[in-house]
Design a protein around this ligand. Structure first.
Ligand code: GAR
Length: 217
């Protein structure tokens, strides 16, 4: 993960797009030495497309095919083609709710990142903030990791910790985690774009965790 030029990032997302906004704004502010070249979504009505277009970023929906949790082969091939046409160096998953499989992972090997709303390896999978509440942990957070064939299990690039408070509901905890995500994701991608992050096996170096994000009341 050594980069000396301005990187080209594509974002895939299925939801509101608050992380995409944080990443796009960090690029515009020069905190990430890179450009968001396209935003693609499997959900035509997803806010992420509108948020991107408002910022003048190319954004488009694609048909994911008949499955709920993965992309059909033809859809996967189409997305890979779009990403290559956009000359994306890295693919940033920001609330993309489908599993990427072999063909896609091979096309962008070590060049797909994801943000997950827990301190992995705790609480992989869906609704990680609800899993944290159900388990009764006192600290949770968010993780930026490399995407590989192991779901939510690729090398960890950066993490931020978030407290669980007594009165928390799923909504209040998720919103506190998201605030931390909006700081973490751009910081990690910024470090990556500076060429500061290196990976040896499972261990990535070059990013210092920020344990103090939003520990206030
Ligand atoms: C984020 O909280 C992200 O961590 C989560 O979806 C949300 C998307 O919000 N991703 C996952 O749960 C992946 N398994 P956004 O659309 O506002 O960025």
């Amino acid at each position: 993960l050594n980069n000396s030029r301005r990187l080209r990032f594509a974002i895939l997302g299925s939801g509101r797009g608050s992380n995409a906004v944080a990443l796009a704004d960090a690029c515009l502010a020069g905190e990430i030495a890179g450009t968001i070249v396209t935003v693609l979504s499997d959900v035509p009505a997803a806010g992420i497309l509108e948020r991107a277009r408002e910022r003048g970023i190319h954004a488009d929906a694609f048909d994911p095919g008949p499955f709920r949790t993965k992309l059909a082969d033809a859809s996967e091939a189409l997305v890979i083609r779009r990403l290559r046409e956009a000359r994306a160096d890295y693919v940033l998953l920001a609330g993309f709710m489908r599993i990427l499989r072999g063909e896609f992972l091979r096309a962008f090997s070590q060049r797909i990142l994801n943000i997950h709303p827990s301190l992995l390896p705790s609480f992989p999978g869906l609704n990680a903030w609800q899993q944290a509440l159900d388990h009764g942990v006192k600290i949770t957070g968010c993780t930026v990791h490399v995407v590989n064939e192991c779901i939510d299990g690729g090398p960890i690039l950066g993490q931020a910790a978030v407290p669980v408070l007594d009165g928390d509901t799923a909504a209040t905890l998720h919103s506190r985690i998201q605030k931390a995500e909006h700081g973490l994701y751009p910081s990690v991608v910024g470090a990556l774009a500076r060429g500061d992050i290196s990976i040896e096996g499972r261990r990535a170096r070059g990013f210092r965790a920020v344990p103090s994000i939003d520990f206030g009341p």
